[in-house]
Design a protein around this ligand. Structure first.
Ligand code: NAD
Ligand code: DAU
Length: 349
């Protein structure tokens, strides 16, 4: 009998990579992608595996507790990998409540459905979370699994709250859980509200490149397929009740990353060297902008044997090539609602 595994948010950026990996690697699992298809969810991301016999899709909103109860009764999943979330920090600053209802209430609804309909002590509820729960770093140090939570944005506060609920269900109901907190991902199918795909899209269209503040904030970038591989390892081998940090040991100042992108894009688009860099525009900083994230992933590496497989130069080129080769995807996701979001956020620029 194949086991049912529910992956929430499987139509989003990271979720689509996780669904693809699991569908292809585990024919003995039925993979159920549970996603409400918000602006960030797109079934086009999964068209290559949509016809596989072990792939199922359920359009469902995790805020709908009754619907989750009936779906969990139907599938009785052996495991849940929970990625569905409102994920963009800037949107959380302008509309925090959506982040509470989806990220916090939605997570609790899933925990309740898993508790009611699955063998919760022998199964596995995996919450995919973020390093932003730890707050911000100065020039030195890295986040470890014991760094105290100190979220600064409504987004990270909602992810911290959902982490706490997962932990509480482990302590209170003995649910088998695992949590991972990962740094910034990059790769294909990334919605172009986020730094890297937004800049790629703007360079391509000769639009200004809005760098927040002085561009000196630092992020630790990991290729999305390496995150998916880490999720696979943690889901199967992570210790019950534990947290694992995931990161690429690959810190970049935003401005340096944007300049590197401009340089590569000039080459790929046949533009004169330095042409795209002229598009860089320093704009008002993000409110409460965390200065630096950096991850110490040694627990995951030493205990479970994970390591990133894709070097940054290779992953970055691959990512840029994917966007250049998938113009239709970019056009589709940036039509409609994206235009209003962009105008509200950045003006006409
Ligand atoms: P994303 O915004 O690209 O995708 C989110 C997915 O969740 C979409 O498919 C969307 O339709 C779905 N969704 C949103 N609200 C829903 C709801 N109410 N009901 C059902 N489905 C809903 O996000 P992402 O960047 O792929 O992130 C996935 C997860 O990983 C999130 O939990 C995020 O916090 C976490 N994470 C992201 C990063 C990153 O760099 N992107 C890093 C660490 C952790
Ligand atoms: O660290 C993990 C987190 O990484 C995830 O939990 C979030 O879901 C994900 O969105 C990401 O959050 P960030 O806020 O770090 O990512 P974003 O791409 O929005 O921004 C990266 C950096 O670039 C940040 O310092 C803000 C800056 N930035 C971003 C945008 C969109 C700009 O300078 N200009 C921009 O237009």
């Amino acid at each position: 009998m194949p086991q049912n595994i529910i992956i929430t948010g499987g139509a989003g950026f990271i979720g689509s990579h996780v669904v693809r990996l699991f569908v292809n690697k585990y024919p003995n699992y039925n993979i159920v992608n549970l996603d409400s298809l918000t602006y960030a969810g797109n079934l086009e991301n999964l068209k290559d595996i949509a016809e596989k016999s072990n792939y199922f899709f359920e359009k469902a909103d995790i805020r709908d507790a009754d619907l989750l109860q009936s779906l969990f009764e139907k599938y009785k999943p052996a495991g849940v990998i929970h990625l569905a979330a409102e994920s963009h920090v800037d949107r959380s600053i302008s509309n925090p409540i959506e982040f509470v209802t989806t990220n916090v209430v939605g997570t609790v609804n899933l925990l309740n459905a898993f508790r009611a309909h699955s063998d919760m002590q022998n199964g596995r509820f995996y919450h995919v979370s973020t390093d932003e729960v730890y707050g911000t770093l100065g020039d030195e140090g890295k986040f470890t699994e014991t760094t105290p939570y100190s979220p600064n944005s409504p987004y990270s506060a909602s992810k911290a709250a959902s982490d706490h609920f997962v932990r509480a269900y482990h302590e209170t109901y003995k649910m088998s859980v695992v949590i991972s907190n990962c740094s910034n991902n990059y790769g294909s199918h990334h919605f172009p509200e986020k730094l890297i795909p937004l800049m790629i899209n703007n360079i391509k269209n000769n639009k200004s490149l809005p760098v927040y503040g002085k561009g000196e904030n630092i992020r630790d970038w990991l290729f999305v397929e390496d995150h998916a591989l880490a999720i696979d390892i943690i889901f199967h081998n992570g210790r019950n009740g534990e947290t694992y940090n995931i990161g690429g040991n690959n810190e970049w100042k935003n401005i340096d990353l944007v300049k590197k992108l401009c340089e590569i894009m000039d080459r790929k688009l046949g533009r004169a060297a330095g042409e795209s860099e002229k598009l860089i525009t320093y704009v008002t900083d993000r409110a409460g902008h965390d200065f630096r994230y950096a991850i110490d992933a040694s627990k995951l590496m030493n205990e479970l044997g994970w390591a990133p497989t894709v070097a940054f130069d290779e992953g970055f080129e691959k990512t840029i090539d994917w966007y250049l080769a998938n113009e239709e995807w970019l056009t589709n996701v940036t039509s409609g609602a994206y235009k209003h979001y962009y105008a509200d956020m950045y003006g006409a620029g």
